[in-house]
Design a protein around this ligand. Structure first.
Ligand SMILES: Cc1cc2nc3c(=O)[nH]c(=O)nc-3n(C[C@H](O)[C@H](O)[C@H](O)COP(=O)(O)O)c2cc1C
Length: 189
């Protein structure tokens, strides 16, 4: 695995979202040996099993294909009422189906998140990790990257402006690469 292909998405639809800014910053600062494509969850409809049974919407098919063709996922979650936002949970719910052939199965995932508060998405990240594990994804345990007081680390457009956080993000992406290679080697052993 010389080149690791990552897919990054954030659980926010907000134009100047801090979390979308995090994913953009990660994509713009990938270390050698990594590419990171940014995915937008805006087109994914609310999960409805009747709709799924009638045939997955094109936006869901595209999302699942993007996950499948990536070696690893980087997910940035906002925190809404001490949990992950519905946008993100909904996207995971679609991608988790059907369970036996879900593209999330065995997929290496790293989690991060930013919020203006001091709790810095700790609860949302914990909830996201728990849900992702149940889909069969391989959630990277460490390092953690929680960003609080986001307004002082991002500009008004949601662009990351803090070099220390950018460095921590690069470290997280590098760790995800190592985690992905380790899981791949385990799988072929
Ligand atoms: C419905 C709602 C609930 C929220 N609850 C929390 C919360 O529990 N903890 C927190 O740190 N921020 C909370 N916030 C503030 C968000 O962290 C803030 O809006 C943040 O900018 C969202 O992420 P984004 O910038 O990526 O869109 C909440 C915001 C909304 C809209």
């Amino acid at each position: 695995m010389d080149q690791i292909k990552m897919l990054g998405f954030a659980g926010s639809l907000r134009r100047a979202s801090y979390n979308r800014g995090l994913i953009r910053a990660a994509a713009a600062s990938t270390p050698p040996g990594i590419t990171l494509d940014v995915y937008d969850l805006a087109e994914i409809p609310l999960y409805n099993q009747d709709v799924e049974d009638a045939g997955e919407p094109a936006s869901v098919v595209a999302f699942k294909l993007a996950i499948e063709s990536a070696d690893a996922l980087l997910v940035a979650t906002p925190e809404y009422n001490h949990g992950m936002p519905g946008v993100l949970k909904n996207a995971f719910d679609w991608a988790s189906r059907p369970r036996a052939s879900s593209p999330l199965r065995d997929k290496p995932i790293a989690v991060t998140g930013a919020s203006p508060g001091r709790g810095s998405t700790a609860r949302a990240q914990a909830q996201l990790r728990e849900a992702a594990v149940f889909t069969g994804a391989c959630v990277m345990p460490l390092p953690e990257l929680l960003i609080g007081s986001a307004a002082s680390h991002f500009d008004h457009e949601g662009n990351l402006i803090d070099p220390e956080i950018r460095a921590a993000l690069v470290e997280l992406v590098g760790a995800l690469r190592a985690w992905t290679i380790r899981l791949h080697l385990d799988a072929v052993a």
